[in-house]
Write a protein that binds this ligand. Structure first.
Ligand code: NAP
Length: 334
């Protein structure tokens, strides 16, 4: 099979399409013929040597998500999956290849209304957003929530999920045009952090009450503002550290407001925890996707062979939603 291979340490230029052995499913694994796959910043971090693949994933083939068809079953597969089923899901790596192995319980049937390209934009964004909001953040319907980088892949999913729960949604971006587009997804109050102090806006718009949950991708530079923007007993869910990995922590404020900070990452979790997050996503988010209540936002679609250009697009910060690679010959239509 062909796969995108990390051939050295560096930027998008170290990625190449190469011929590699097709993996055989063992135990409860299924092999999926990948039709499209989403890109993530983790792919760039991995190429730069900062984010090695977990032991159960190929060390040199990036890719944390895929959409495709089941093409082979391991000897111990007992579940309902059959060869030919359309599935999507998260993997620890190896998704950017013509075939990928995954545990049968991590592969979720694709709702009929999504084609492969659109489906490939779902797993990382919606699983991460759903897990951050509900499992980590314990967001309840009707509460107030702040989503940083609201035009990002995970951000666009989080805004829609929170809106569908009837929450009041605040969102930040450094790009005014993205905030306008996120409004169509259910954003109530956009905050342009190129010239606005997000904590001050949240405080003034909530009459000083603050938000119950914050989903943060920025890390260090946003920490003080996040603590200021949270309501008493609020939860800060740290999903990414795009702006920096450290900052002073005002313990006095944490104590007085009885705040919680939760760090989270999907990739490093043990299999059983990934399965639990996937099953909860399948039960709670798939019906909303199937009804069109929430939908993946695709920024751009590149042919598999143009992975370097696709990663450069992701790195540009101009992306709104997800960048997707489409597999197959030009004759193959997704
Ligand atoms: N923990 C997990 O399991 C998990 C899972 C998936 C993703 N993540 C992480 O979550 C983050 C978001 O992922 P994504 O794929 O949704 O991102 P994305 O689509 O690439 O979008 C990120 C956006 O964040 C904004 N941004 C970038 N650098 C920034 C900075 N230094 N300060 C402020 N804003 C900045 C940019 O938008 P503007 O310039 O318009 O604001 C950029 O377009 C990443 O750090 C990713 O690694 C974590």
């Amino acid at each position: 099979m062909r796969a995108i291979v990390i051939t050295g340490v560096g930027g998008p230029e170290v990625l190449e399409v190469r011929e590699v052995p097709t993996p055989e499913p063992s135990g409860k694994q299924v092999r999926v013929r990948v039709r499209a796959c989403g890109l993530n910043r983790a792919d760039l971090l991995q190429a730069r040597g900062h984010y090695p693949a977990p032991p159960d994933a190929p060390a040199d083939i990036p890719g944390l998500e895929y959409a495709g068809e089941v093409e082979a079953l391991g000897p111990d597969v007992t579940g309902p999956l059959r060869v030919g089923d359309r599935v999507f899901g998260i993997v620890g790596g190896g998704g950017q290849a013509e075939s990928v192995l995954t545990h049968e319980r991590l592969a979720v049937p694709i709702p009929p209304n999504l084609d492969f390209v659109t489906a490939a934009a779902v797993p990382e964004a919606f699983l991460t957003a759903h897990d951050a909001l509900l499992t980590q953040g314990r967001l309840a319907p009707g509460r107030r929530v702040l989503i940083h980088a609201a035009g990002s892949g995970v951000g666009t999913a989080a805004v829609q999920l929170a809106h569908a729960m009837g929450c009041t949604v605040f969102g930040t971006s450094r790009t005014a045009a993205k905030l306008e587009r996120v409004k169509a997804l259910g954003l109530d109050q956009g905050i342009d952090t190129s010239h606005e102090d997000f904590a001050a806006v949240v405080q003034s718009q909530t009459g000083g009450a603050g938000v119950d949950v914050i989903v943060d991708f920025l890390g260090g530079p946003a920490l003080a503002g996040n603590l200021a923007a949270l309501a008493p007993r609020g939860r800060l869910v740290l999903v990414g550290l795009l702006g920096g990995t450290s900052a002073p922590l005002d313990l006095n404020l944490m104590l007085r407001k009885r705040l919680t900070i939760v760090g989270t990452t999907l990739r490093a979790r043990p299999l059983e925890e990934k399965i639990a997050a996937t099953r909860r996503f399948a039960e709670e988010v798939i019906p909303w996707l199937a009804r069109g209540l929430v939908h993946p936002v695709v920024d751009s679609v590149f042919p598999f062979e143009e992975v370097r250009a696709a990663l450069a697009r992701l790195e540009s910060n101009q992306v709104f939603g997800k960048v997707v690679l489409r597999m197959g010959s030009p004759l193959f239509k997704v």
